[in-house]
Design a protein around this ligand. Structure first.
Ligand SMILES: [Zn+2]
Length: 475
């Protein structure tokens, strides 16, 4: 690794982020919309050359000394002998790969990071329900913005903001505004307010208002809308007259649906009722499904539903091990997720992907059950497939949107470059993510977030938490 090359790379990336000399006048005029996200760096044209490119595309594979040419948010060319245009960025000694795709994260409760305690009354669910009920729309904004900034800093370029504390339309709007301000690609799944009794249907006002006017919220198509649904079971069963109208409304609005189901190993027999009631389909994402029987996995496959598992939180809360290998063997679309910083603390997706691989190996007591590359696929192309967006992102291929990261192994924890897939999975931390590009915008360069004042993000999130603390008389 050449220090001079790295510096020139950082200078190039930083210059692009700041100057945006190749930005399109048309894009510069892009409508502000409701999100007000007009301060993002412009999209430019640049070529990263001489890098080790892990395309995560089955045909293109890894390219040593490869180049990636990006123009106006799109990947124009990937290969060894690319004569790319725009700013030339020397990526010698760097690893370029698609940005990580996160598939279920309660970003609204990052304000309660590491707050799930050591006694049942301080556990995740009572804690989040109690304090979540005191959150204002601005608290939601602060929590989600902190999460989105952390996401980009650690190499995620897509997140699924699973918003199950929609106390008013303004709360949902605040979540979306935070995603837009930071510039991340995302799905906002609009849910219910914490504390809502399981006997009561969710008010559809917020989701209908957003769906009616979605174009103005979508941040030029970077953010999409879905419904976060309670499903048929919470603490106990929910009655059909409560859950069915919610499900039907999502279908009527044409929105993808996501729900937690069979979350813990002991929460058995929850997937078959969903199947029998015809509440699964290609537009439905199931979270956890740890207790699924072999027959229930067949039902998920037949229905065409996708699954998201979150080993970081599942292991921490004692749900058990996810059935990753079983689902892959059935061909079920599968993504990996953070779930909640209240349980996981930091939200380093590389660490969660490593846990996914390690938990598979631990279950069968084998060093070789899951490859490092398969774990990275789950965090990129397979995650994108599970969210139905693999035509746009998840691999580095001409025609796809330019969501990519550059990893610098020039650090004490990564300095010896051996097998790239193993090294990236096992050693990458946020500090090694040198550059992050989302939709062609350079949002992190030279290890620093571009266009975002991280001190302000942290200070305002802390102030929001202090307010919640005050209102709940939490000492
Ligand atoms: Zn969850």
């Amino acid at each position: 690794m050449c220090q001079v090359c790295r510096r020139s790379f950082m200078r190039g990336a930083a210059a692009l982020g700041a100057a945006g000399m190749f930005s399109s006048p048309l894009l510069a005029q892009a409508r502000r919309g409701n999100t007000g996200a007009s301060k993002l760096p412009p999209r430019g044209e640049f070529t990263i050359a001489n890098a080790h490119v892990m395309t995560m595309d089955s045909m293109l594979g890894d390219i040593a000394d490869g180049s990636v040419h990006v123009r106006n948010g799109e990947i124009v060319a990937v290969g060894k002998d690319v004569q790319g245009g725009g700013e030339k960025i020397d990526g010698a000694g760097m690893i370029v790969m698609p940005g990580l795709v996160e598939t279920h994260w309660h970003m609204w409760n990052t304000l309660f990071r590491s707050f799930a305690g050591d006694k049942p009354e301080d556990g995740y669910f009572p804690t989040v329900a109690r304090f979540g009920q005191q959150m204002s729309p601005d608290d939601t904004f602060q929590s989600t913005r902190l999460s989105a900034a952390e996401a980009i800093n650690s190499g995620m370029t897509f997140v699924h903001s699973w918003c199950h504390n929609v106390r008013s339309t303004a709360h949902a709007e605040a979540d979306i505004r935070a995603l837009a301000e930071v510039g991340i690609r995302a799905r906002h799944s609009c849910g219910w307010p914490q504390g809502l009794p399981d006997t009561q249907s969710v008010d559809q006002g917020a989701i209908e208002s957003l769906a009616r006017n979605w174009e103005s919220w979508s941040n030029e198509g970077l953010i999409t809308l879905g419904m976060a649904w309670r499903g048929q079971f919470r603490a106990g069963p929910i009655k059909p007259e409560v859950y069915q109208p919610e499900f039907d409304n999502a279908r009527k609005l044409g929105l993808p649906i996501t729900l937690h189901v069979a979350s813990a190993r002991k929460a058995v027999n929850q997937i078959e009722p969903l199947y029998k009631a015809k509440l699964m389909g290609k537009d439905v994402q199931l979270i956890h499904t740890l207790s699924a029987s072999a027959a229930e996995l067949d039902m998920i496959k037949e229905a065409g539903a996708a699954v998201s598992v979150s080993p970081g939180s599942e292991l921490r809360i004692g749900y058990g091990y996810p059935q990753i290998s079983e689902m892959l063997a059935k061909g079920i679309p599968l993504g990996i997720s953070i779930d909640t910083s209240a349980l996981t603390g930091s939200s380093n997706m590389f660490g969660v992907l490593k846990l996914a691989r390690d938990s598979e190996n631990a279950r069968v007591e084998s060093e070789f059950k899951m490859t490092a590359r398969k774990a990275l696929e789950l965090g990129t192309i397979e995650g994108a497939r599970s969210m139905g967006i693999d035509d746009k992102i998840g691999s580095l291929k001409p025609g796809k949107r330019a969501d990519l990261i550059v990893i610098s192994p020039n650090a004490l924890n990564m300095a010896i470059v051996t097998d790239p897939a193993h090294l990236v999975l096992e050693a990458t931390g946020p500090e090694n993510v040198d550059t992050v590009v989302i939709d062609g915008r350079i949002l992190k360069a030279g290890g620093k977030l571009a266009g975002l004042d991280t001190r302000k993000v942290i200070a305002e999130a802390r102030a929001a938490l202090a307010g919640v603390r005050e209102r709940t008389k939490w000492r």
